[in-house]
Design a protein around this ligand. Structure first.
Ligand code: CTP
Length: 394
């Protein structure tokens, strides 16, 4: 079973290997997953909440008694696409096997039916104990993926089977569970996101409502499929993204300069950003006093896509359009006018879609094909657009 959600719950049990899960967390983030860490209360003896919160950029609750009004054991469970429990101790495995719900992690496990993977780590005698082996069998029978621990030296002088596996092997198993295609491995995907700002004076600008959410969803989707992703981000927070190279820009002309640097080595360009069509003729260094702030003289900005398509070699170019009327006709003329392979048009009448997690619109292809999408998540749209872009790449 595979999910389109990028949300992962990383459950941390009370084993000394808990510190190794900090590296696992980073590797998952680099692959485009958003990770919430749910430690068991006892595991905080090994690694404290501050570490998990700093690394994940999110709260790391342990009990259902924290933020009760949010009903976290249900809301987090509904959002999660996958669970990975690492390290899974003998006690935690036993509690999951008998369906206990005595901390937040075990509540979440019961309240969610998405794919779950356990990474056991414990002393070989505990691993080989018939009780542990029976619990593992129970969980495997219920569909949990349970990795076998590595053989080797343990924390004390003993050795045997029980070591926490290398992060690379855990990630490999996790990829196998999620079933995400790796069909962009080695490809360079360039994405623009957010909305450009054109300065009027030091405090004012011409901007737009683009939140950057769709661009981030695209960047994550491409990353999950193995691409080298470069994001040109206009006026948006990118501090929580990892494993993606980022150029932050402000104006359309900044974005053009960043695009020119990256475009030749790009396989797929997705222009998701809302680019200001015009800028003030004069950018004043002093704030304009209100008595004089009555009109702004504008001049056109370059059409970034149209200019790139003139220099294009093998790049697949994907554009976005936000329209309030005549969506399909306007988008089709942008598809041909800007030399694009694909365009996604969404209906933004009444301000719909901006800042939301879902979208609805139509994908238009050069061959005349139209694919209408109703109320899809921005994650799901990203995967469909990438499918089409990959098909065009050949
Ligand atoms: N775009 C661009 N350069 C611009 C304006 C837009 O490259 N100066 C890109 C956008 O990133 C988007 C596509 O062109 O992928 C369509 O953007 P949109 O704003 O809908 O089109 P415009 O050409 O600006 O047309 P209009 O505003 O008249 O609808």
């Amino acid at each position: 079973m595979s999910s389109t959600s990028r949300e992962v719950i990383l459950g941390v049990g009370a084993g000394i290997a808990a510190y190794k899960s900090a590296d696992l967390l980073r590797r998952l983030q680099e692959r485009g997953y958003s990770v919430t860490v749910i430690p068991t209360p006892a595991s905080l003896n090994f690694v404290g909440s501050a570490t998990w919160e700093a690394l994940s950029g999110r709260p790391a609750p342990t009990q259902v008694w924290e933020n009760v009004h949010e009903v976290a054991h249900i809301s987090l469970a509904q959002k999660a696409g996958y669970f990975i429990i690492a390290p899974a101790t003998a006690d935690l495995i036993a509690r999951i096997a008998i369906g206990r719900a005595d901390d937040l992690l075990t509540n979440l496990i019961l309240a969610s039916d998405v794919p779950k993977m356990l990474v056991p780590a414990m002393h070989p005698k505990m691993w080989n104990d018939p009780a542990t082996q029976a619990n593992i069998q129970t969980l495997r029978n219920r569909g949990f993926i349970v990795m076998d621990p590595d053989h080797g030296r343990l924390t004390g002088n003993d050795s045997g089977q029980g070591r926490f596996p290398e992060t690379a092997r855990i990630v490999e198993n996790f990829d196998a569970m999620t079933g995400h295609k790796q069909d962009l491995r080695g490809k360079n995907v360039l994405i623009t996101a957010g909305g450009t700002r054109e300065a009027i004076d030091p405090v004012r600008f011409i901007g737009n409502k683009s939140s950057g959410k769709q661009g981030i969803a695209l960047a994550r989707a491409a990353q999950l499929r193995g691409a080298n992703v470069h994001l040109i981000a206009a006026n948006m927070d990118t501090s929580y993204l990892s494993g993606i190279s980022i150029t932050s820009v402000e104006s359309a002309r900044d974005m053009q300069a960043a695009l020119n640097l990256e475009f030749t080595s790009t396989d797929i360009l997705i222009m998701c950003a809302a680019v200001a069509d015009a800028r003030p003729v004069q950018k004043l260094t002093e704030k304009i006093k209100k008595a004089f702030f009555t009109s702004i003289e504008l001049e056109a900005n370059p059409d970034l896509l149209a200019e790139l398509s003139v220099t294009k070699t093998n790049q697949v170019m994907v554009g976005f359009a936000a329209e309030t009327s005549n969506h399909i006709e306007s988008a089709r003329s942008k598809l041909t006018g800007k030399g694009l392979d694909i365009i996604y048009v969404n209906d933004v009448s009444g301000g719909a879609i901006f800042g939301k997690d879902v979208t609805h619109g139509t994908i238009l292809l050069r061959n005349g094909e139209e694919i209408a999408l109703k109320e899809v998540s921005k994650d799901a749209l990203s995967d469909v657009l990438l499918d089409h872009a990959i098909r065009q790449l050949g």
